[in-house]
Design a protein around this ligand. Structure first.
Ligand code: SF4
Length: 320
């Protein structure tokens, strides 16, 4: 545990959902996840919408309580912390939200937004706030004259820069970036990814970088975890997973990535059917209803995690 900044141990989170006729079903949003993030490491977490990755990000920050399982940050169980320790934890862990339009209070000026964490955690005197806010804006490539303006005066990319500045204000060591570019124009996405990558390197930050597109996390992640219906089905050092995807779901996600070079022939692997509901997770391998390689044991026996070496793990009977 000592070499991990964050350690998630066998985590479960269920939600009650109405299933019609007054009945309630249980959605298994996170269904037995173990994952670690080392100091200075970026772990990409990818999967389709509704696979539980945002719920996992919120659990990691203690914004949600798990149904069972434990989360350790700097070696301490975050659900066993007292009030004072929790305040320190809140400073040290931050989130960048997906939607830069909804995540900034439209009635607050940029200076107030960016310095809110400094005020809440009493990290700066009021006389220092303007200077600190200007320095934070400079870090994310915005001029200091933005401080007196309101969020609606900025584009989506600029608002996301403001959201990043706010996340950096309390000098955290760990940030959950929850689909930070998926609401932005494609032309702006690369700029924000590059900014996050530069800040990560400069400040030695650790990230859990959530995305639905494997291509987006490729150049920023040290490791990539692929999540399907509440479970991590493959995890590997970043380049290895792109060179040697070992779970059919990863292969299908990669086949969806546009290839820039027209001479490269892309293998089209279409996913069979839609993603099942987390209230009805299929038995055996949870991916078997969509898998093109499905064979005899897949709908009956849950695949074990196979160690492929060099930190590459996969849950699939083809590799077991
Ligand atoms: Fe496909 Fe079977 Fe592997 Fe599941 S265990 S991914 S169904 S081959």
């Amino acid at each position: 545990m000592t070499n991990n900044l964050l350690l998630i141990d066998n985590l479960y989170k269920t939600f009650p959902v109405k299933s019609g006729l007054g009945k309630t079903a249980e959605a298994r949003a996170v269904d037995g996840v173990s994952l670690s993030v080392a100091p200075g490491e970026v772990v990409g977490l990818v999967g389709e919408s509704g696979c539980g990755k945002s719920t996992l990000g919120r659990l990691a920050l203690r914004l949600l309580a798990p149904t069972s399982g434990k989360i350790f940050f700097k070696g301490r169980d975050i659900h066993a912390l007292g009030k004072r320790e929790l305040r320190t934890l809140r400073r040290d862990m931050q989130i960048i939200f997906q939607d830069p339009f909804a995540s900034l209070n439209p009635r607050m000026r940029i200076q107030e937004i960016v310095t809110e964490p400094l005020v809440v955690h009493r990290l700066a005197a009021s006389a220092e706030l303007r200077e600190r806010a200007a320095a934070l804006l400079a870090k994310v490539g915005l001029p200091s004259d933005a401080l007196s303006r309101y969020p609606h005066e900025f584009s989506g990319g600029q608002r996301q820069r403001i959201g990043i500045a706010r996340a950096l204000a309390s000098s955290p060591s760990f940030i959950v970036a929850d689909e930070p570019v998926s609401a932005l124009d494609v032309s702006v996405q690369a700029q924000i990814i590059n900014l996050l990558s530069d800040l990560q390197e400069e400040m030695g930050l650790s990230f859990l970088f959530i995305a639905h597109d494997l291509n987006l996390v490729r150049h920023v992640s040290d490791r990539v975890a692929v999540m399907y219906l509440g479970k991590i089905v493959e995890i590997s050092p970043s380049e290895e997973i792109y060179q040697n995807p070992s779970h059919p779901y990863t292969e299908a996600l990669l086949a969806d990535i546009p290839v820039a070079d027209p001479t490269v022939k892309k293998k089209h692997i279409l996913l069979k059917a839609d993603i099942p509901s987390p209230t009805q997770i299929p038995p055996g391998c949870r991916f078997h209803t969509r898998c093109l390689y499905r064979f005899e044991p897949c709908d009956k026996i849950v695949p074990r995690t196979t160690d492929l070496g060099n930190g590459h793990f996969v849950d699939c009977h083809l590799r077991g």
